[in-house]
Write a protein that binds this ligand. Structure first.
Ligand SMILES: C[S@@+](CC[C@H](N)C(=O)[O-])C[C@H]1O[C@@H](n2cnc3c(N)ncnc32)[C@H](O)[C@@H]1O
Length: 349
């Protein structure tokens, strides 16, 4: 039986694909001026990524551990040369594998075809808008020609390569800011028109001090419009899987009251986060990482999954650090609904 724990694994720091202005890894120009040094703070320039040998040594220990599902992210996982070999190891170990990608690499047959052949369970592609200009403004490609059109053609190519096979499920993740509320509906509509299986609009998570927070972060002022957009989304009955219907309420409470209590939290119980330098955190929330005592800081380097990830407790601990970061973890922990969905969302109850 598949283990109950999911791991979000930021495999590599560098992202040769896009220079997203609001990325939680920060931006390269800013970090060239000043590298962040606080524990857990990510950078695309990190010189401390694990070696390939260290990554593989740990990956081999995941088989028969309580970890059942691995989300491979980064950085851009598909542009790391050993990625297909790593997926091979994970699949051979009986794990479910979800690849989180910018999507451009899916245009390369030598990357897209092995994803189908190896039975990767899902591919989540990031696309923030149905409007190419908006998407490419906030997710600028590093190379000309790698913008919105290339992402959409990568998605279509993967769906075509999958043909009638049940896996990988293909979906679109989009970051919702106060500037693209219409994309709560427009991106899932686009996903459905491309033949995708799921779509997840996720609220932007920025520290209040981030220089784009005043431009992009959601505030209580946008809540009536946000609620209406989600209502429109669920009543559109698109033939794709969407996050659970409790999700818009979770977004609204995170936006209205940025911190609070999560009873029986999955972080550190059924969900963990691994950074490219191998550090293991209970979850990717910046509040949680900042509150982690040094004795709880662990690494996958020279470690075994069985030792790092014990079987979940019957009763998970409460967490008092609820924030918009956490909301983005709900669709990950609820990923079963995407992998097991047979077809369109059930109509409104
Ligand atoms: C950092 S990317 C790494 C994987 C891959 N390169 C990609 O583009 O999907 C993982 C996901 O986090 C999202 N993301 C990055 N910064 C974010 C932020 N500040 N708030 C919400 N989501 C964010 C991205 O849009 C993407 O869907």
């Amino acid at each position: 039986m598949k283990g109950p724990i999911s791991v979000l694994w930021g495999l590599r720091s560098f992202c040769a694909s896009h220079g997203c202005l609001a990325c939680y890894f920060g931006t390269i120009p800013e970090h060239r001026e000043q590298m962040p040094t606080a524990p857990g703070v990510l950078s695309h320039l990190s010189p401390n990524d694990l070696t390939t040998a260290e990554v593989f040594a740990f990956a081999k220990t995941l088989a028969h551990s309580p970890v059942g599902r691995v989300f491979l992210a980064g950085g851009e996982p598909l542009l790391w040369k050993p990625i297909i070999k790593l997926i091979q190891v994970l699949k051979a170990g009986g794990l479910e594998v979800v690849v989180c990608t910018s999507g451009v690499a899916l245009n390369q047959p030598d990357l897209r075809e092995p994803l189908v052949e190896l039975g990767v369970d899902a591919v989540s592609v990031s696309l923030d808008s149905a409007d190419p200009a908006y998407n490419d403004r906030w997710r600028p490609p590093r190379r000309e020609g790698d913008g919105w059109e290339a992402v959409v053609s990568g998605i279509s190519a993967l769906i075509q390569a999958r043909s009638c096979a049940p896996r990988p499920k293909v979906g679109i993740y989009s970051v919702i800011t106060r500037l693209n509320l219409a994309d709560v509906v427009a991106v899932p509509e686009l996903a459905a028109s491309l033949g995708c299986d799921y779509a997840v609009p996720q609220p932007i998570a920025l520290d209040p001090g981030h220089k784009l927070a005043d431009t992009l972060s959601l505030t209580p002022e946008q809540l009536p419009q946000l609620r209406q957009r989600f209502k429109d989304l669920y009543s559109a009955n698109l033939p794709i899987t969407l996050p659970s219907r409790t999700y818009p309420g979770q977004i609204a409470s995170a936006v209205a009251q940025p911190t609070g209590l999560v009873p029986g939290c999955f972080g550190g119980d059924t969900l963990f986060f691994i950074e490219p330098d191998g550090t293991v955190w209970d979850c990717p929330s910046s509040l949680k990482i900042a509150a982690t005592p040094p004795q709880r800081q662990r690494t996958i380097k020279d470690a075994k999954a069985q030792d790092l990830f014990p079987a979940p407790a019957a009763c998970a601990a409460d967490c008092s650090l609820f924030s918009v970061d956490c909301v983005n973890m709900w669709p990950l922990t609820g990923f079963d609904r995407i992998l097991t969905a047979a077809g369109p969302e059930a109509p409104d109850a």
